[in-house]
Design a protein around this ligand. Structure first.
Ligand SMILES: Cc1cc2nc3c(=O)[nH]c(=O)nc-3n(C[C@H](O)[C@H](O)[C@H](O)COP(=O)(O)OP(=O)(O)OC[C@H]3O[C@@H](n4cnc5c(N)ncnc54)[C@H](O)[C@@H]3O)c2cc1C
Length: 417
């Protein structure tokens, strides 16, 4: 066996996995190879949601991967999810990216919330509400989405969300608009980030609320076209919320806690990168197979004898190993209140993976050549999908450079005259 307990090399590379990690990785790899990879071209061509993959994820228990054991889930930690997410991304980027939105809905309310300061009353409230939310996932196989983006500075963490929630008897009334809502029309619940409307016209980021809106709620509509360049199976359309009432128990975090969570647990935003490590691995895997003349269904033409191809593969491998190493370190350092050094490394890891995925896909196309980018092969899809990672808020590649430079040169509270 090439990697300890595994008989394959996972996207995160070989390592000493715990028995549970080995089990989840094996499952993700098998589902990916046998089910997700053969279907990936269909979702991409149709820009349709991978419902069949979700049936498989549900049946395999993967929807409850990060639901704590006390609530009937598998209780996987942050690092384990990141390993599994990368393995799924290797076979279907759109499935991995949307799975991330679902998993985060359980991880933020689960293991992440456990590391956030709450008053005893908030802790009790949270415990009761998450029990309901976890039961939906464990018992009913419900799927959650995470539509935060609004086309403003809010999803970048620089302004309050424009979507508002007004307190009324027994619940909340939501109004607003979310763009790029992956799983639109497919999710059972949408975990909406919005600002509490206190009626004083002074929206404040500290008043951010995190509330689940059922997919069938009155006043919720999915609108807009969806014909993007990449990650087409995510079906990330626009959600309109017009006087949507939800009862109190749909609050996924108590008032004020989301803002604290975002400050305390920066790695909560790193979870988009496993998908793209998987996409990079897939581009690398394809290139090796193609140059060896071993792509199923293709003529067995070998191209491996050219030194330039060998150099390109070596460059891809160096980049992949760099990505894997910093990714591995970051997922194991993830915790509440990381040190400045750990936080800067986390940003660097995210940037390295997001930009590196596209670089590897670019090199793959260049070295495999024209025939490799025909639509009956996966490489051109991987190339398009790989482009999307660095665009995702709050940690786009640009915003990471911005944060890293500023946070390196300025200590908290420091200003120039
Ligand atoms: C495939 C896919 C799936 C997605 N799924 C989801 C989802 O499920 N949920 C969700 O909430 N969002 C989702 N998004 C949206 C994503 O996270 C971003 O919100 C979206 O790509 C931003 O697009 P925009 O054109 O509005 O960016 P803009 O806000 O116009 O920003 C453009 C660029 O400017 C830079 N920028 C933005 N704000 C600042 C600033 N304050 N300072 C300096 N630079 C800045 C950034 O680099 C950004 O990339 C998805 C995106 C993609 C591509």
């Amino acid at each position: 066996m090439p990697s300890g307990q595994l008989d394959f090399i996972p996207a995160v590379g070989t390592a000493d996995f715990s028995p549970a990690q080995a089990q989840w990785l094996t499952l993700a790899n098998r589902l990916g190879r046998e089910r997700f990879a053969p279907r990936a071209a269909t979702w991409d061509r149709e820009a349709s949601f991978p419902f069949a993959n979700y049936d498989d994820l549900r049946e395999a228990g993967l929807l409850a991967l990060c639901v704590p054991r006390a609530f009937g889930g598998a209780g996987a930690d942050f690092a384990t999810y990141c390993m599994v997410g990368a393995e799924i991304g290797r076979f279907c980027g759109a499935t991995a990216l949307t799975y991330n939105m679902h998993i985060c809905s359980t991880m933020w309310t689960g293991v992440l919330s456990d590391g956030i300061d709450m008053t005893p009353a908030q802790r009790d409230e949270h415990q009761a509400r998450r029990e309901l939310h976890f039961a939906r996932v464990v018992r009913d196989g419900a799927v959650y989405a995470q539509p935060f983006s609004e086309g403003s500075a809010a999803a970048a963490g620089k302004a309050p969300f424009g979507t508002t929630a007004r307190k009324v008897d027994g619940g909340w009334v939501l109004n607003g608009r979310k763009i790029f809502a992956s799983l639109s029309g497919a999710a059972d619940y949408y975990g909406i980030l919005c600002t509490e409307d206190r009626g004083d016209q002074h929206p404040d980021m500290r008043d951010t609320l995190y509330i689940a809106v059922p997919g069938r709620a009155d006043g919720l509509t999915v609108t807009g076209d969806w014909d993007p360049m990449g990650m087409r199976g995510t079906v990330s359309r626009t959600l309109l919320l017009k006087d949507v009432f939800v009862p109190d128990h749909e609050q996924l975090m108590p008032r004020g806690v989301y803002y604290r969570a975002a400050q305390t647990w920066p790695a909560m935003f790193f979870t988009l990168s496993p998908t793209y490590l998987g996409v990079a691995q897939a581009a690398y895997d394809f290139t090796v197979q193609y140059l060896r003349g071993e792509v199923p269904g293709q003529p067995p033409v070998k191209r491996r004898m050219y030194p330039t191809k060998q150099i390109a593969v070596a460059q891809m491998r160096i980049q992949l190993e760099t990505m894997r190493s910093i990714f591995w370190r970051a997922i194991h350092e993830a915790k509440p209140n990381p040190s400045k050094d750990e936080r800067l490394r986390l940003y660097a890891a995210h940037y390295t993976v997001m930009e590196g995925a596209n670089d590897i896909a670019r090199l793959a196309i260049r070295t495999c050549g024209g025939q490799s980018m025909l639509k009956d092969l996966p490489l051109e899809r991987l190339y398009r999908d790989s482009r999307c990672g660095a665009l995702m808020l709050p940690w786009t590649a640009e915003l990471i450079l911005d944060r890293m430079g500023r946070e390196t040169l300025y200590e908290s509270g420091e200003r120039d005259e």
